[in-house]
Design a protein around this ligand. Structure first.
Ligand SMILES: [Zn+2]
Length: 148
């Protein structure tokens, strides 16, 4: 990704600085190729303020919350794995917390998730009886926990 005009710009020390996320990047090259490079840098999702804010929020809020909790409850998302769920689950595994997996009735709970679960409870969260059953199983799960 360079041309004669790029080479000349580099020889001439023709450098300018552009903002990418929260950093300044020095760019040297012809207008076309420099723009191409800047576009590529700026479209990297991990170089955006949004990603940094999300990662910082997880670092500051989610990690301490999971680390300080006795038990983790993982509510299996209805529409397959979402990134927030996976981040929370990974944090629970990382800190070795007992994991209570809650899934709606009839929802397929993946084998890998069952393996890391301390207990799996399935019920109809949308109905009164379902919620009562979940409540009961949750209390039982908490009672079965060894005292620390
Ligand atoms: Zn060029």
């Amino acid at each position: 990704m360079s041309c004669k005009a790029c080479d000349k710009a580099q020889e001439d020390g023709d450098t300018y600085y552009v903002r990418v996320g929260r950093a300044n990047v020095a760019v040297s090259g012809c207008r076309e190729h420099a723009n191409e490079l800047i576009e590529r840098l700026r479209s990297n999702p991990f170089e955006t303020d949004e990603w940094r804010d999300y990662a910082k929020h997880a670092q500051d809020e989610l990690l301490p919350k999971v680390r300080e909790s006795a038990v983790s409850v993982a509510l299996v998302p209805e529409s397959g794995p979402d990134i927030k769920f996976l981040l929370e689950l990974g944090t629970m595994i990382w800190y070795g917390k007992p994991i209570l997996v809650l899934a709606s009735e009839g929802r397929q709970v993946p084998d890998g998730l069952r393996r890391v679960a301390t207990a799996v409870v399935q019920g109809d969260i949308g109905r009164e009886e379902g919620r009562a059953l979940l409540q009961e199983k949750l209390m039982q799960f908490l009672d079965d926990m060894p005292d620390e």
